[in-house]
Each structure stands twice: as structure tokens, then as C-alpha cells.
Ligand binder design. Structure first.
Ligand SMILES: [Zn+2]
Length: 330
């Protein structure tokens, strides 16, 4: 989850705008431009074609939202990556064309973060010629607005033919507003679920996942409660190749790869989220797994390797050709 307004307001209340500008703009860091076209990037995993789709980016104040390490430590790790605590997070979604199905993994924030903050998924889908009515299945990693917000637009279902898969614990937790008071979390999680997921529940189009296993041919779901009660990883496997969609396992590469014990305020159960991240990084590094992470810089696809007491992120190489290994004639 990325929650924009609270973070921005908190930042303004505690740090002067000038201090933010100075900290956020070291002279080697390029400035911002609103992209005129949505970003997409396609690659293959066995017989599947996977397309990363950018829903946009949102500003995050890492001083306000990271937990478990002193501010100085966080600033030191950020400086090592040429970043400040005022950072920008990608919102990535993924399209899988495989076995005659057209599957989305997460759907971005939709309209719910306001203009200019996410909500570009439909433009990205149009750019690759994928009409919303051709989507057969949607795999929601967890029921937070930046992953399920795009399910509806102006209160209407955007993907009329799709079956929506989500962890059953999330569907139940975020559909019952009495859990707001019980958990101490802000009520907006529930009002947003009402706008986005509930129309699909009412239409009988949601399949709750309550056990690990294959949910579609070549796609396996694994439940990892922590970030939310029903957080799920989805693993696509074809011809010996795999890609794991990990949801909000990580928000800040600069901080949480070297320090996987650092959590974020959006982790509903902090201790479980920390344990899930530590175990998952260890496993992915050991298995040399390819992973897709919604909030790492677009396309958010790469490998994790052990590095000292922590880990490092290796983004995939970008290519623009079908053949492998042919040499450039010089
Ligand atoms: Zn998120």
C-alpha cells in the first residue's frame, strides 16, 4: 500500500518545504517530467509473454513510513543509492498472455490517488493493444488501493469478463468495516475496497484463495500473511522458467535490500511482514528466482543476491529483439 495524502501532510507538518527541496534535489539527480506515454516492457517466460505496465509513480516520504532503523541509518543507505528520503515509488502491474488466457497481476490505483498519481494502467493496456474486456483473469497480490484501485472506474466494473483472484483473508478482512476499529487501521482501506473489489464480489466474479496451489494452468498461488492478512505471491512457470509476482514484499530497494528487517507503516502485521521478507529474500537468492515487484523502479523485474548481511537487487537487462545471441556486425 502506498497512502499518499497522509504521508504528504505529515511531511509538511514536520519539515519545511525548502528543506524538502534541498534534500530531494542533490545536483546529480535528474528532475521530474510527467511522461507523455505510459511505459510498457515485454519479455518472455517460457511460452508466456509478460508485459510490465506502469500505472505511474507516487511520492513517498521514507522518514515517515519506514520503521525499525534510525533515521540516520536510513539516510545513509539512501545516500549510497544517490537518493533522498523524499523518493518516488513506481506502481507496476503485469500482463501475462499464456495458454490462451490474458491475465493481469494487480491493477494499479485507478482514480483513487487523484490525478497525476497512478491511474495510467488503462492507457498502458491500450498501448499494447489489450482491451479491458479481453482480460480473462486478475490476480490481486493484496487488497490495498494501489493494487486493486483500477478494478473500477466511476463506480463501474472495468474488466467485465475477468475472474478476480485474491487471498480469502484479505477479501474477508477488508469487506468487513468492523475490522477497522479492531485493527486500529484507517477506515479508508474499507471504503476503498467497497468501491473497487465489492462490485466484483457482488457480481460473483471473485475467487478467494485459502490454500497454496495451482489456481490456473502454470500459475501457483502462495499465501504469505503479513503485509496484509491475505497477501499472496503468484508464480508463473512455463518450460522450466519461472517468474514470482511478490506484491508488497519490498517498497524501498535502497533500504530494505540491505536491511530486510526494516518495515513500512503499511505492513498490517509488522512482525509477520518482516519475517516474510527475510524468508523470501533468502529463498529467492538461493533459488536465483526471477521476481516482479510492484514498487521497485519500472519494470520492477530482476533477481536478488546475497550481499554481506543483506541483499542486492539486479534489474533485468532490457532487450529489443527476438533472436538471442546474434552479433552486431561492426
Ligand atoms: Zn503497494
Amino acid at each position: 500500500m502506498i497512502r499518499l495524502k497522509a504521508v504528504a501532510l505529515l511531511a509538511l507538518a514536520t519539515v519545511s518545504p525548502l528543506a524538502i527541496a534541498a534534500a530531494a534535489a542533490p545536483d546529480t539527480v535528474p528532475g521530474n517530467v510527467r511522461q507523455t506515454k505510459p511505459a510498457t516492457y515485454s519479455f518472455t517466460v517460457g511460452d508466456a509473454k509478460v508485459t510490465a505496465l506502469s500505472d505511474g509513480t507516487v511520492p513517498l516520504d521514507l522518514h515517515q513510513i519506514l520503521r525499525g532503523a534510525p533515521t540516520q541509518t536510513i539516510d545513509g543507505l539512501l545516500a549510497r543509492s544517490f537518493l533522498s528520503y523524499h523518493t518516488e515509488a513506481s506502481i507496476n502491474a503485469y500482463l501475462i498472455d499464456f495458454n490462451g488466457r490474458r491475465i493481469l497481476v494487480d491493477v494499479g490505483a485507478g482514480e483513487l490517488f487523484g490525478p497525476g498519481n497512478g491511474g495510467r494502467l488503462l492507457d498502458a493496456l491500450a498501448a499494447v493493444g489489450a482491451a479491458p474486456e479481453t482480460i480473462t483473469d486478475i490476480l490481486i497480490t493484496h487488497v490495498h488501493t494501489d493494487h486493486s484501485g483500477g478494478l473500477t472506474k466511476a463506480g463501474k466494473i472495468v474488466f467485465p469478463r475477468a475472474t478476480v483472484y485474491a487471498g480469502g483473508a484479505d477479501v474477508r478482512f477488508f469487506s468487513d468495516v468492523t475490522n477497522a476499529a479492531k485493527s486500529g487501521l484507517e477506515k479508508h482501506f474499507w471504503t476503498e475496497t467497497e468501491k473497487t473489489l465489492t462490485p466484483y464480489v457482488t457480481a460473483g466474479r471473485v475467487k478467494s484463495i485459502d490454500a497454496n496451489g495451482e489456481i490456473l494452468p502454470g500459475i501457483r498461488a502462495e499465501l504469505h500473511p503479513g503485509h496484509t492478512p491475505g497477501t499472496a505471491f503468484y508464480t508463473l512457470t512455463s518450460k522450466g522458467q519461472s517468474l514470482v509476482f511478490v506484491g508488497d514484499l519490498i517498497h524501498s530497494a535502497a533500504v530494505q535490500f540491505p536491511r530486510p528487517d526494516v518495515t513500512i507503516t503499511f505492513d498490517v502485521r509488522q512482525d509477520e511482514a518482516r519475517a516474510v521478507r527475510q524468508a523470501a529474500f533468502k529463498r529467492f537468492a538461493r533459488d536465483r528466482a526471477l521476481i516482479a515487484a510492484p514498487h521497485l523502479p519500472f519494470p520492477g523485474v530482476g533477481h536478488i543476491a546475497a550481499d554481506g548481511s543483506g541483499y542486492r537487487w539486479y534489474p533485468i537487462e532490457q532487450t529489443d529483439r527476438e533472436e538471442k545471441g546474434n552479433r552486431l556486425k561492426l
